[in-house]
Design a protein around this ligand. Structure first.
Ligand code: PLP
Length: 404
């Protein structure tokens, strides 16, 4: 089939965001059906209908601690969104400063390292708060550490780095133990430097090999930088994307700092939702069983995408794509200068892709080569069609440069 023939199909498929499909949300329907029977009294007799417990229901913090591998006192169980916690941690640092430090807003410049391609919403927070973004090349095993170390050692305006250590969005990168040790131990010119450690895909394995997230809290403590990591995670793509529970884990000092500032913002989280989640998710083993059911739904989608790309793009010079072992995304690389055009052509053929450049600070992919593909939400047959349309769009975009 040619690109023009494909266009005649008049499709409309959205491949933009990494949302769970309705069938995945159905897996946690019990959270809704059994809301009444979960009641409102916690294990310790807390009336979850009422205000209070700023850092979360104790048993939810304990479950968070079991899932994240840190002591319960160092875990905050919050609302439904970890992105919200990342935003607030940065906003608090800007307004009030981190423990023992000056408010960042008083500095002439605040900068963040941004491994690329990365998560567009991380970059949107930096843009909204006026934080300068410095792109860091992503390698096979995590950010280019020689670059990172040189930057943080000499530039005190660099206050942090975004890290998605397991199955990174959108490259699927798994940080190596060496990269993690170097991030934990590297000397930084800014005394209040932080790792914004977004463990969003900690539970989201696409293969039977369940890679473990590195224990960054312990690694930093061992390196003498106990306050360096802010770990973020959530149950968004475990239970309900709009109604899960989010966690923040860090040193006792950072948790105390968080408590001080969050106390102004809220009287406490939704403990009823936390109670329902404790009863439904229960423990690490039950969560792993639930994630295996997600995997059974997701893996064929990634499989069909890869098979179609293989059939139509394998021999095309300059084109490659990732084979992630977890997470929600595939990165597709096209020859320089062809990513934007591919997105345009795909749109004309009825396939909406994330704008080219979205995975880069300021929306600028310097070589215009990267596309983020999100195969989770559409149905299997839609993905097969969309993958074909994307492949034809890539080929057309390349042919336009070098017509026969
Ligand atoms: N972090 C990353 C890397 C993500 O890809 C996403 C969602 O796609 C989120 C955070 C959002 O997390 P939450 O639903 O907990 O706000």
């Amino acid at each position: 089939m040619t690109y023009d023939e494909f266009k005649q199909k008049g499709l409309s498929i959205d491949m933009t965001r990494g949302k769970p499909a309705p069938e995945q949300l159905d897996l946690s329907q019990a959270l809704i059906d059994e809301a009444g029977s979960a009641g409102y009294r916690s294990r310790d007799g807390i009336d979850c209908r009422n205000y209070g417990h700023l850092l979360g229901l104790p048993e939810m913090r304990e479950l968070g601690a079991e899932l994240l591998g840190v002591p319960p006192a160092q875990v905050v169980a919050a609302g439904n969104s970890s992105l919200e916690l990342m935003h607030d941690a940065l906003a608090f640092a800007m307004l009030f400063g981190l423990p023992g430090g000056e408010p960042w807003r008083k500095a002439d410049q605040v900068s963040f390292l941004c491994p690329v391609p990365g998560y567009d919403r991380h970059f949107a927070i930096c843009a909204a708060l006026g934080i300068r973004m410095i792109a860091v090349p992503m390698r096979e095993d995590g950010p280019d550490m020689a670059f990172v170390e040189a930057q943080v050692a000499t530039d005190p305006s660099i206050k942090g780095i975004w890290c998605t250590p397991l199955y990174s969005n959108p490259t699927g990168t798994i940080y190596s133990a060496q990269v993690v040790e170097r991030l934990a131990s590297m000397p930084c010119a800014a005394p209040d430097f932080r790792l914004f450690w977004d463990d969003a895909y900690r539970f989201h394995h696409l293969t039977e090999h369940e890679h473990a997230s590195p224990d960054i809290v312990d690694a930093c403590a061992r390196a003498g930088h106990g306050d360096r990591p802010f770990v973020f995670a959530s149950l968004s793509k475990v239970t309900l994307a709009g109604g899960g529970v989010a966690f923040l884990a860090s040193s006792a000092r950072n948790v105390q700092w968080w408590q001080q500032h969050v106390a102004v913002r809220t009287i406490g989280p939704d403990k009823l939702n936390q109670l329902r989640h404790v009863r439904y998710v229960r423990d690490r083993a039950a969560l792993a069983r639930l994630m295996a059911r997600h995997r059974a739904l997701l893996r064929p989608k990634f499989g069909v995408l890869a098979a179609v790309f293989d059939a139509h793009l394998k021999s095309v010079p300059g084109v490659s794509w990732t084979a992630p072992q977890g997470g929600y995304f595939v990165s597709l690389y096209v020859p320089p200068g062809r990513a934007r055009r591919t997105v345009e052509l795909a749109a004309q053929a009825g396939i909406v892709l994330t704008p080219a450049g979205a995975a880069f600070p300021y929306g600028i992919d310097p070589h215009d080569t990267h596309l983020r593909i999100a195969p989770s939400f559409p149905s299997l047959s839609e993905i097969e069609l969309a993958a074909h349309g994307i492949a034809l769009s890539v080929r057309r975009a390349i042919d336009e440069l070098d017509p026969l």
